[in-house]
Design a protein around this ligand. Structure first.
Ligand SMILES: [Zn+2]
Ligand SMILES: [Zn+2]
Length: 349
């Protein structure tokens, strides 16, 4: 299939905070080594919600397409593409490292200085650029639905996070936040053989955490002191072996640090608003020998790892999709996300 020149597509365009418009725009033109995909599933994500509410400093400019978790069918290929064919069902990551810079040479690909991002999932079509196509694009097996495959990118971020959290069998792991990323952490920590404590403000989300195997749940609105409530679930209140933050609020970062036992690991995963900071008790960090770390984004390795987990059905990925919504109703889906209702919405064309 060849897309006619000047043919338009429907898309949700970002004009400013709270202002997205369902309009016609140009179908992306592809060049050598690139692919054009008809989108079958685009998932809502916390970072899209942030873009919708506050805008994005660099990535999303006025009048541009956004959304970055998607899966679909290849409908057009540029010259020189060998490993893909028209009709392939594919999922691609929203970024690719350069493999040339200082950090890529250190194999710290999530910190690549020239990382290239690809946005535009809330549309009928998206282009896979020539650098992402060979490195970070995977073919979807028949038994996986598009919406499951579209989870690969956020799941890859969580797999990266869990891999950096020093979890061993039998560890007690606290996961703060039961949004999509927090819930992935719950499922992945269970696969690692951990006892998991999931905390959140929403009973609806905590119920999903339980279904994914959380051993204990803490609704932060129902306890006086969230840190104490979590510590009380450990022997003698000594604290958890590993504490993971997945909300992106500085207050919760601070509470997460206070949940860890002596010698424990704290993974501050949720990205906070720029300009924010936290306070840590220096004595606590020193005498308790805490390991506190930040983990960001994904790498080609974790993209494949996440895809493998999904392909093998190691946990129920359909639990992450609350419901389907048509593309024109995107704002409604993002508003529901803002009210902490549901996990992810599957935006369909
Ligand atoms: Zn995302
Ligand atoms: Zn690089």
């Amino acid at each position: 299939m060849k897309i006619e020149k000047n043919k338009k597509m429907k898309a949700q365009l970002f004009y400013g905070p709270g202002d997205i418009r369902f309009e016609e725009t140009d179908i992306p033109r592809i060049g050598p080594g690139e692919a054009l995909v008809k989108i079958k599933s685009a998932l809502t994500c916390g970072s899209d919600l942030k873009t919708y509410k506050r805008g994005h400093p660099t990535m999303i400019v006025k009048g541009s397409v956004f959304g970055h978790e998607w899966a679909g069918d290849i409908v057009e290929l540029g010259k020189g593409v060998k490993d893909f064919a028209i009709g392939d069902r594919v999922v691609a990551a929203n970024s690719v490292p350069c493999f040339k810079c200082y950090y890529c040479k250190l194999e710290r690909y999530s910190m690549c200085e020239n990382i290239v991002y690809n946005n535009g999932a809330y549309a009928e079509y998206i282009k896979i650029p020539a650098n992402i196509l060979p490195i970070n694009t995977l073919k979807i097996p028949k038994h996986l639905e598009y919406k499951q495959a579209a989870l690969t990118e956020p799941l890859a971020c969580a797999v990266h996070g869990i891999d950096q959290s020093n979890i061993t069998e039998g560890d007690i792991v606290a996961v703060n936040g039961a949004g999509p990323i927090g819930l992935f952490f719950v499922a992945l920590a269970k696969l690692k053989g951990a006892v998991v404590i999931s905390s959140d403000l929403s009973d609806e989300r905590l119920k999903v955490a339980e279904e994914l195997g959380a051993d204990h749940i803490v609704n932060a609105t129902e306890v006086d002191d969230q840190v104490e409530a979590v510590r009380a679930l450990t022997t003698g209140g000594r604290g958890v072996d590993v504490a993971i933050e997945a909300t992106g609020f500085p207050k919760v970062w601070e509470m997460t640090i206070l949940m860890a036992r002596k010698g424990g690991t704290v993974n501050l995963f949720g990205g906070c608003a720029s300009g924010t900071s936290i306070t840590i008790d220096t004595q606590l960090l020193h005498y308790n020998e805490l390991t506190i770390k930040g983990v960001y984004h994904l790498t080609p390795y974790y993209f494949r790892k996440a895809f493998k987990l999904m392909e093998k059905g190691l946990f129920d990925t359909l639990k992450f999709i609350t419901s389907d919504m048509p593309l024109e109703k995107l704002a409604d889906a993002l508003e529901l996300m803002g009210e902490q209702k549901g996990i992810k919405y599957n935006i369909t064309n």
